[in-house]
Design a protein. Sequence first.
Length: 323
Amino acid sequence: MPFARLATATTPTCHIGLGLAAVGRPGYINLGRDRDLGDDRGVEALRARTHELLDAAYAQGVRYIDVARSYGRSEEFLADWLRARPDVDDVVVGSKWGYTYTAGWTTDAERHEVKDHGLGTYERQRAETAELLGDRLDLYQIHSVTPDSPALTDKELHAELARAAAQGLTVGFSTSGPAQADAIRAALAVTVDGTPLFRTVQSTYNVLETSAGPALAEAHEAGLTVIVKEGMANGRLTEPHAPDALKAVARQTGLGCDAVALAWILRQPWAGVVLSGAATAAQLASNLHAAVVDLDEDQLSGLAGLAEEPSAYWERRGRLPWH
């Protein structure tokens, strides 16, 4: 499996990945995005920003990169970067299918992405991803599985995914919504010819949304690599939006709220890779301090007390504007 390469890496940041959702398209739901990106969000401006972030991440030991078909041109930007650096052969690349980007490179589209977990969408998007990333793609995940997703019961789709896995591609899924734990457990039960289909799971987990934790621990115990997304709750755990308890711990450590929030996740024994969604090189550098944050038991328990009810968390997330 490609993630075995991360297991043998020795850099402190090898378990922090870089997600390109925030820089692969002009609009996203992260707080503070206007400040982070400014007014120039043309294709070439975001391509240059993405390459700057990838250079900085690689230089600082990051070896997992996360993109998706719906993240605008994220796959294209990453493919350009990889082609320009043929000696970079130790990066693990993961992408996702199941959402189609529909915003037309604007920030005020009525719909920014359309979800479809059908076999036809998989076949179309798999071909699109292959054209851009070719054999550099290590992991392909179903994007945002929920308990009612047809991807959990579609035997024809499962057979196609198993065929891709037999050819060397790692197959996984991501989750979203208040019933993440149910979706994870349902996906763990999916088999093809008696063999579990999925080898990775990517879920939202942070100090405000911890409901998937027990199911992620079960997935880890079953042998899946666990990838954590939205560790900073789309900006809610960064200055100036962070809760007072998080700000207090950040002051005690002398580091940013972002580093503390990610460090809290890294302490979970099942967390294989924790994603940074940085939009600037300075944010990335701050995020990567998470690898060396040492939290004591009082700090850990204090942060654990910030957890919200899943329904409330996801309702608030659903109201975040696309900037």
